[in-house]
Design a protein around this ligand. Structure first.
Ligand SMILES: [Zn+2]
Length: 407
């Protein structure tokens, strides 16, 4: 005979396995562990990009939808963690903002979302309604959401995510319990990546290139073993140092590399969909809504793919010039971002003027802002302007780019 289980609630409640998997956010996960027992109707997860809000949301959703409270192993948990549970509905911006929409049939709008809050969920049990980037709700959209928050449907839990909670209407914000996800430390990011099997050196490099954003660091470290975005960016910068013709070729090379990245991502995403399709390539009945959402998500990712690649390239450029400045001003090697490239960096022209770094970094930052602006359709032009400016800075500052990058 099995002895009775020892009492478990003598101490703080044990986090369900699925919540225990959320890295580096002890306070938030402790809060969510308590919240699962008797959930409030709305939460707002706040914190910068990459701090784990979305992971926290998935885990919380799994804990709310799993019959065993978030075992991490059952079908409900797996689907929720993949954001594919039929009872999860996710609203996120498809363009710059989340719009109010014409009516409930206008997909990915506030009206569409709010109407679904009152429908019976596809599977028995709770519904989890998520708004990603809730600060991007237009005023009218926020009003529609507010009504749903004011008259919360039974068995429905809203989770709003935002890196800029101050931009959310107070009326909406005050209806939610806030859960903070503070930024992760570099030590934590490195440690997490090492536990996932990366070498310490590579983990530190990815962590620094990603500026402490664990998700981005993971993508950089795993998705792109060769760190193509960096080698392409630095070769382009070297090319730009040869003059204006080189600058234009540099822009062309980088734009072409971004297209290659987009194509490889498209293949990857198509493979992602496969498990949810039948032999004829059509979505299985139960997953129809999920597949539609995945397809929409894929479209969004693909639309942003080139910008994402170029942004990584810009960050790599900024990191490289910043490292040159660190060395030029006598800084120590362990302060470098490009820890794997001390040789290249050390061979940099000693006349590299530290003052020039500011102008180069300024030009790169401006290009990043232009690339992030989705109304800006001519990416090639942004790149040409950047590399022409870098090329001019070389002339103005002497042989700034004698720090040639050797692949
Ligand atoms: Zn489960």
């Amino acid at each position: 005979m099995r002895p009775p289980d020892p009492p478990t609630d003598a101490v703080a409640p044990q986090a369900p396995p699925v919540i225990r998997d959320v890295p580096g956010q002890a306070q938030a996960t402790a809060f969510l562990t308590r919240a699962v027992r008797q959930p409030h109707h709305a939460y707002l997860f706040t914190g910068p990009e990459g701090s784990g809000k979305r992971l926290g949301m998935r885990a919380f959703a799994a804990a709310l939808l799993c019959e065993r409270g978030g075992c991490g192993e059952c079908r409900a948990c797996r689907l929720a963690v993949g954001e594919r549970h039929p009872n999860m509905l996710i609203l996120e911006p498809t363009g710059p903002d989340i719009l109010v929409g014409k009516d409930a049939s206008d997909p990915n709008t506030a009206r569409w979302f709010a109407a679904r809050a009152y429908l019976t969920p596809p599977e028995p049990g709770r519904k989890v309604m998520v708004v990603v980037q809730a600060d991007r709700l237009r005023i009218e959209a926020a009003d529609v959401l507010l009504k749903a928050l004011e008259e919360p449907p039974a068995d429905t839990v809203f989770v709003l995510l935002s890196a800029r909670p101050d931009e959310i209407a107070d009326t909406v914000r005050s209806r939610c319990q806030e859960v903070a996800f503070p930024p992760l430390s570099e030590a934590f990011v490195v440690d997490a990546l090492v536990k996932e099997g990366l070498t310490e050196e590579r983990a530190r490099l990815a962590g620094r290139l990603a500026g402490g954003n664990l998700g981005r660091a993971r993508r950089l470290a795993r998705g792109d073993q060769e760190l193509t975005f960096r080698s392409v960016a630095l070769s382009a910068a070297a090319l730009a140092s040869e003059g204006h013709a080189g600058a234009l070729s540099a822009a062309e090379d980088l734009a072409a590399a971004a297209k290659v990245f987009r194509a490889s991502l498209a293949e990857e995403l198509a493979a992602d969909l496969e498990p949810f399709l039948d032999e004829r390539g059509r979505p299985e009945e139960a997953f129809r809504a999920v597949v539609r959402r995945m397809e929409e998500q894929h479209e969004r990712r693909l639309r942003r793919a080139e910008r994402e690649f170029l942004d990584s390239a810009m960050l790599a450029l900024a990191a490289y010039f910043r490292d040159l400045a660190v060395l030029a001003s006598g800084g120590d090697e362990h302060l470098l971002i490009n820890l794997d490239r001390p040789g290249d960096l050390a061979s940099a022209d000693p006349r590299w003027p530290v003052g020039g770094a500011g102008r180069v970094l300024g030009a790169v930052e401006e290009a990043r802002a232009d690339l992030a602006d989705e109304t800006n359709l001519n990416l090639r032009l942004v790149l040409e302007r950047l590399f022409l400016r870098l090329s001019d800075l070389v002339t103005a500052e002497g042989s700034l780019l004698a720090a040639r990058y050797n692949r």
